[in-house]
Design a protein around this ligand. Sequence first.
Ligand code: ARG
Length: 250
Amino acid sequence: MKKVVLTLAALSLLATAQARTWTDIKKSGTIKIATEGAFPPFNIMKGNVLTGFEVDLANALAKQLGLKVQWVTQPFDNLLIGLKQDRYDFVIASHGITAERLKAVDFTNPHYCTGGAIVTKPGGPMNAAALKGKTVAVQVGTTYLENARKVPGIKDVKTFPKDTDAQAALMAGRVDAWVGDKFTGIDLVKAQKGKVVQGDLLFKERIAMAVNKGNASLLKELNAALAKSMSNGTYTKLSTQYFGTDVRCK
Ligand code: ARG
């Protein structure tokens, strides 16, 4: 079967008229939230349970808004497409705010700040200059892909449907490095006990929740709920639980 690749630019042309407004959502009593469920420690399926920092945070925001939650999981690359098709109300899946994505969706205020980091085996490339002539693994549709491609002289950027597959390619020695989230990288280094090391950040990014373009009423409520969680201790508690530190943008 031929895979149809929709660019985000094409996505921005899709109809946006059906997005549920805040009034619609409030009336229904349930908010539909989408994530990937394969990006630890942010959103991950553990057995049958969807968990992670972003899942817990979104559940807390929904509670604050007086809503029940219906979760939907989708491959990362399909998440914004489904949002454009109004299959759910918002997406929380570690999307960095980029100009390209902003053509198709609107972002809330950031719910954390991070960066794309290089992880390699000891002796491997630790910075952009050292990636010259090297092969890296990244998850498809991510800012890691976009930024790795920009590294001067990089030999090959291999894409994987899931971030964990890209990590596995590094562990199996099929690539010289993996580029992924800084916090995911810290966890990988810990879990692999010295078999891999973290190098430089290739870029920094602000991570936010996405609503369909123009859904200003929902955006406003999400921003208010996020701000409240950041001032009443809810956010700090979750962040400390997952990262041992407060990961909000400073
Ligand atoms: N932060 C990166 C981006 O903006 C990666 C996000 C990957 N998220 C996921 N759920 N796999 O593209």
